[in-house]
Design a binder for this molecule. Structure first.
Ligand code: GTP
Length: 378
């Protein structure tokens, strides 16, 4: 029970927090997908009033539908253009979602001006709420989904209260086309909105968990190579915008194979865990640490290569002086690493180019005695 409560708390706090940069990137891709879908749906929506007219529907109702569909098409094209510049408009999913929900409410309110029961019993327009809430699952941001659900509940709830309050008589809420508006059916609709929001929120939560799992090294808990591959393009873009340099340090433990032979696999695992904790605790904001394979790590620093060398060399000295426990009660021991540096954009404009360059310098550090940091070939 306690575990379930903790689980629920964790889910709610994850859904309410700002996603990390990787999730925001995933969400921005989802926003573009939604914008494309919305543009297609908007185009198809133009057919509905036509079908209504051909099917013998009321002309005034069809004209309202047509006007709504045209406005929706224009807005859909604007959102599509903005979502192509995905990283610049982090507020876009909130605004587009609020606009989608509000559009549904406005269309229902317009229907009410013509025929009160149409506002509360029209199924097709009301389903727009469900679509808008469902589409937030593609934005991968719990705050957007909860905003959509909350807005739909408040707006539709208010609309229902107003329509029922302004009806001149109970007969005004009875329609041969739309059926009778009852309080029960309106409550059912509100409950359905809550259920749709919960389902979309669960999809967002699972997506966030899966993305996090795929970007995390299970042994150390550090970000892994996949994370680095997705994070670096954003760091490059920010560095370009801000006109600053980035340095990538490829860090490799020295003689780790020998340590494995001497103290065994589990002792070496434990030593590596402590090494990672120590290194991780030393990283500041503007520095990102990832495990790329075995005993190899990448530290990205928002610094030019010279300053980055001083920083990584200082870390090397501190780590070298740190006494690591090999096993419970065992002799303390020292771990050393070698590192090769490469700077963006000078040494390369992609992660693979920087890793290649940093690896050449790492090999030089190994050749020339280990326990050193190399920033250029000798
Ligand atoms: N215990 C343990 N060993 C690992 C882990 N990952 C990699 N290794 C071992 O680390 C060793 C890395 O070897 P190398 O990098 O080739 O060489 P090295 O002994 O570290 O020597 P240099 O890198 O040349 O200084 C290998 O024996 C791997 O099996 C791990 O997670 N745990």
């Amino acid at each position: 029970m306690l575990a379930e409560e903790r689980g629920l708390k964790a889910i709610v706090s994850t859904l309410l927090s700002r996603p990390d940069e990787i999730m925001l990137e995933v969400g921005a891709g989802g926003e573009l997908m939604v914008a494309r879908l919305r543009a297609v749906a908007a185009a198809l929506l133009l057919l509905l009033p036509l079908a209504n007219m051909l099917g013998g529907g009321r002309i005034d109702e069809s004209l309202i539908g047509l006007a709504g569909a045209v406005v929706f098409n224009v807005v859909a094209q604007v959102w599509l253009a903005l979502s192509r510049r995905r990283r610049h408009f982090r507020w876009l999913p909130f605004v587009t979602t609020a606009a989608d929900i509000t559009t549904v409410t406005l269309v229902l309110a317009l229907l009410a001006t013509q025929h009160l029961p149409a506002a509360l019993n029209s199924l097709i327009v009301w389903c727009g709420y469900l679509l808008a809430i469902g589409l937030t699952a593609l934005r991968s941001d719990g705050r957007v989904t909860l905003l959509a659900g909350g807005l739909a509940l408040v707006q539709y709830g208010l609309l229902a209260v107003i329509v029922i309050a302004i009806a001149p008589s109970p007969e005004a809420l009875i329609s041969t086309d739309y059926g009778t508006v009852t309080a029960g059916s309106q409550w059912q609709r509100l409950v359905l909105l809550v259920v749709a929001t919960l389902i979309a929120a669960m999809v967002v939560y699972r997506t966030q968990q899966l993305v996090q799992m795929s970007g995390t090294d299970d042994m150390t808990g550090l970000p892994n190579r996949t994370w680095l591959i997705h994070r670096m393009p954003q760091l490059f873009e920010t560095a370009d915008e801000e006109g600053c340099s980035l340095t990538l340090a490829l860090i490799n433990l020295d003689r780790f194979r020998r340590l494995n032979d001497e103290i065994g696999l589990s002792g070496a695992d434990r030593a590596m865990g402590q090494f990672v904790d120590t290194l991780d605790a030393m990283t500041d904001s503007g520095e990102w640490l990832a495990r790329v394979r075995g005993d190899e790590f990448v530290l990205v620093l928002r610094k030019p290569i010279g300053t980055a060398w001083e920083r990584v060399d200082a870390i090397r000295r501190i780590i070298g002086e740190h006494a690591f426990e090999s096993d419970r009660g065992g002799e303390p021991m020292h771990l050393h690493f070698s590192a090769g540096l490469a700077s963006y954009p000078h040494d390369g404009r992609s992660l693979s180019a920087l890793l290649r360059r940093a690896d050449l310098r790492l090999q030089e550090a190994k050749r020339t005695g280990r326990n050193r940091v190399v920033l250029r070939e000798g």
